[in-house]
Design a protein around this ligand. Structure first.
Ligand SMILES: *Cc1c(COP(=O)(O)O)cnc(C)c1O
Length: 211
């Protein structure tokens, strides 16, 4: 039987330009959905919690299928080591204390996940991310700590036109010479691609609702 995932994946990937990576956001989805996506050839998954990701993506599953795992949720410093061990890319570096914790975790584990800085592009009190005016300082701290930052990530405010926020994030990345832009979710990934996204993070448009 053709499940919605088959059709959703085909529809999204058919229109994906060169250089844009689709991240399958599997948070809130069960093991079966993950395994179905793997069977369909999906290699890049994103989760927003360390513990949920650890439970779903065992080292064996990752290795056997050549998976790349992305962390897209806020990271507590006390979980930095677990995150460094599990994830291949961390999109949510956003403060000096986390930079210190990640540098220590990398030294301790010998693993070096790729890193992006999350920017609180809408200046929302409830959202994680460094404020735009704090970005230069945080990038300088990363450099001192020996962490290479590849790009920027954002989640624009809900219920507003995301395009000005995507454009602003792209401008900040250009200003700092950063190549990767993680922006765009189910509702707005096409606009994010038009604004220069290199990673789109798609959950419900791929898997359907979260359980
Ligand atoms: C949940 C989540 C997504 C995916 O959201 P959908 O609307 O289901 O596509 C993308 N990015 C982040 C940071 C998320 O937490």
């Amino acid at each position: 039987m053709e499940t919605p995932l088959v059709a959703n994946l085909a529809r999204i990937t058919a229109r994906l330009p060169q250089g844009v990576c689709l991240l399958a956001v599997s948070k809130g989805q069960g093991q079966k959905a993950v395994e179905e996506a793997i069977a369909l050839g999906v290699k890049r998954f994103a989760e927003n919690r360390v513990q949920e990701a650890e439970a779903k993506f065992t080292p064996a599953l990752k290795e056997q299928n050549g998976l790349e795992l992305h962390l897209i949720g806020p990271l507590q410093s006390n979980k930095a080591k677990a995150a460094v061990q599990l994830f291949d890319v961390i999109h949510t570096v956003d403060r000096a204390s986390l930079v210190t914790a990640l540098a220590a975790a990398m030294a301790a584990t010998g693993r070096r996940p790729r890193l992006l800085v999350q920017v609180n592009i809408g200046r929302e009190a409830q959202k994680a991310g460094v404020l735009p005016e704090g970005l230069a300082g945080l990038l300088a701290q990363c450099e001192v700590a020996g962490l290479t930052i590849e790009g920027l990530m954002c989640i624009p405010p809900a219920g507003q036109d995301p395009v000005p926020y995507f454009t602003q994030l792209a401008g900040l990345a250009r200003e700092h010479g950063l190549a990767e832009l993680s922006m765009g979710m189910s509702a707005d990934y096409e606009q994010a691609i038009a604004a220069g996204a290199t990673y789109i993070r798609v959950g419900t448009a791929l898997f359907g609702g979260r359980g």
